[in-house]
Design a protein around this ligand. Structure first.
Ligand code: SF4
Length: 57
């Protein structure tokens, strides 16, 4: 399986993502992963966080 989690036919509700180089990216800026994980713990601002579920296309 490519990536860490299953790629679904439906978008992940409540997530808008513009990372169009990701395997899970969906048309219209959505995420088609079954779940995502954001890291790291103890971040102090949004610049320090990212999606660790990202996988290259
Ligand atoms: S896995 Fe993360 S980076 Fe990839 S489309 Fe979903 S939210 Fe965006």
């Amino acid at each position: 399986m490519k990536g860490k989690v299953k790629k679904q036919d439906s978008m992940l509700d409540g997530v808008r993502c513009v990372v169009n180089t990701c395997y899970y990216y969906g048309e219209g800026d959505c995420c088609m992963a079954s779940q995502i994980e954001i890291q790291p713990r103890n971040a102090s601002n949004s610049d320090q966080t990212d999606c660790s579920t990202f996988a290259p296309k």
